[in-house]
Design a protein around this ligand. Structure first.
Ligand code: 2AM
Ligand code: CA
Length: 258
């Protein structure tokens, strides 16, 4: 499945880059136009992905950020985020990605996350492992908070929720070595998978944000869990890192959620 997935996200990446470089649109100046650009790019990229998959697997179902659920009722469902990190994308920040996962009866069995502006292609398949540009990857072995370079995000703030990530952020940041916030959950998970980040957490994400990245991170030796240490992610938040480091993070979320 990995060669097929990689061919799909590469085609999608070429489409996204046409918008990122504005070769498909006039120069973007106003805020409204930037949003229009994202929406046009999101739709066009998702169309490329669904079209490519339908050619090969006409029977399968789809769950895409743009088009919602479509296709026939099938045990196989393709979960698609055409542009994850749209707020980076609109500001010409290269930290955005295309995320495509294949689920069988609700379980993710393969996925690819492609960051075309960074030239990074992550893939994973159950039974085969996790790869970055074809090379096997593994999570870091960082075991203590004071040495951990981490990432998080604030989807919860855009979603307008009162209970948001700021309390966790304020509690955790003084205890760790570094914090990044670049705006693509799919890529954050892959950066943990490849050891660039030691851990990542976020709340209020959707299945299409994390399906491919969570599989890739698990196959790279990471523990992916919700903020209570369970398997209900992304509904109850998401946390990942090597298993020892994840254990160091869990108490922060338990204390704040009391
Ligand atoms: P998006 O770029 O496709 O919107 C940023 O913190 C991460 O949260 C991104 O992966 C972003 O995906 C995701 N996200 C999901 N739902 C969101 C929401 N309602 N508001 C903001 N970010 C959201
Ligand atoms: Ca997303």
């Amino acid at each position: 499945m990995i060669p097929f997935l990689e061919s799909v996200v590469k085609r999608a990446g070429a489409e996204a880059m046409a918008y990122f470089n504005h070769s498909r649109e006039n120069a973007v100046t106003s805020k409204k136009n930037r949003n229009d650009l994202v929406s046009a790019a999101d739709k066009a990229v998702e169309k490329v992905i669904i079209g490519a998959i339908r050619e090969r697997y006409p029977e399968d179902a789809f769950f895409g950020e743009e088009s919602g659920r479509s296709g026939t009722v099938s045990e196989y469902c393709w979960v698609i985020d055409p542009i994850d990190g749209t707020q980076s994308f609109v500001k010409n920040h290269p930290f955005f990605s295309i995320s495509v996962a294949l689920q069988k009866n609700g379980r993710t069995i393969a996925g690819s996350v492609y960051a075309p502006a960074l030239g990074l292609l992550f893939s994973g398949e159950t039974g085969r492992g996790a790869f970055e540009n074809g090379i096997p990857i593994r999570v870091s072995d960082c075991r203590c908070l004071s040495e951990a370079a981490c990432s998080t995000g604030f989807a919860c703030i855009r979603a307008g929720l009162k209970k948001n990530n700021l309390a966790y952020f304020n509690a955790i940041v003084p205890e760790i070595r570094d914090i990044k916030r670049c705006g693509s959950a799919a890529l954050d998970l892959c950066f943990v998978a490849s050891g660039r980040y030691d851990a990542y957490w976020e709340l209020c994400l959707q299945e299409y944000d994390i399906a491919a990245g969570a599989l890739i991170c698990s196959l790279a030796g990471g523990r992916v869990c919700d903020l209570e240490g369970g398997a209900n992610y992304p509904e109850k938040g998401i946390l990942c890192g090597n298993p020892a480091l994840v254990r160091c993070f869990l108490p922060f979320f338990q204390e704040k959620s009391r």
